[in-house]
Design a protein around this ligand. Structure first.
Ligand code: FES
Ligand code: FES
Length: 162
C-alpha cells in the first residue's frame, strides 16, 4: 500500500491504496465522491473527467500514486456557495442532459474548454473537443448549445469585471 495525498475540492486528503489503483477509483472509493463516473475505464468515454492542477484529465487513465501531490477538482467542487456553476446552469437551462451519466465528465471538460478558449470558442471547436466525451442519450446538440451559452455568459461576466 502507498500513501496518496491530494488536495481535492480545496481540502487536503490522504489515504492508502495499492499502486495499481486508478485515480477515479481513489476518488470514488476512498473519498466517496461518486459524482465522477466510470463508463469504460479504457480512456474512451470521458465520464471520469476531473481537473488535475487546473486541466481536464480522464481520471481512469492516471494512477492515484501518480496524482499524489496534485490539486484535483471534481464535479462536487465546482459549484460555489450553493449556486450552480454557469456551465451546470447552462446544461440545466438548455436540456444538455437526459440520463445524466455522462454529465459530470461533460461539464468538467466544458469548463476546461471555456477556460482555454475564452471568447474564441465556436461550435466547431466545441464539437471537436468533445470527441473524448461520449453521450448515449442527447445526440450532443443541446450539450453543444449549453457549452456555447455558458461560454457567452462567462465571457460577459469577465468583461464586466475588467
Ligand atoms: Fe474514463 Fe471512460 S471511464 S474515459
Ligand atoms: Fe445519458 Fe449523456 S445524458 S449518456
Amino acid at each position: 500500500m502507498t500513501k496518496v495525498t491530494l488536495t481535492v475540492n480545496g481540502r487536503t486528503v490522504s489515504g492508502d491504496c495499492e499502486d495499481r489503483t486508478l485515480l477515479v477509483q481513489f476518488i470514488r472509493e476512498n473519498l466517496a465522491l461518486t459524482g465522477t463516473h466510470v463508463g469504460c475505464d479504457t480512456t474512451q468515454c470521458g465520464a471520469c473527467v476531473v481537473h488535475m492542477d487546473g486541466k481536464s484529465v480522464k481520471s481512469c487513465s492516471i494512477l492515484a500514486v501518480q496524482a499524489s501531490g496534485s490539486t484535483i477538482t471534481t464535479i462536487e467542487g465546482l459549484a460555489g456557495s450553493g449556486e450552480l456553476h454557469p456551465v451546470q446552469a447552462a446544461f440545466k437551462e438548455h436540456h444538455g442532459l437526459q440520463c445524466g451519466f455522462c454529465t459530470p465528465g461533460m461539464v468538467m471538460a466544458a469548463v476546461d474548454m471555456i477556460d482555454r478558449h475564452g471568447g474564441n470558442l465556436d461550435e466547431a471547436t466545441v464539437r471537436r473537443e468533445l470527441e473524448g466525451n461520449i453521450c448515449r442519450c442527447t445526440g450532443y446538440h443541446n450539450i453543444v448549445k449549453a457549452i456555447l451559452a455558458a461560454n457567452a455568459e462567462m465571457s460577459n461576466s469577465r468583461q464586466a469585471a475588467e
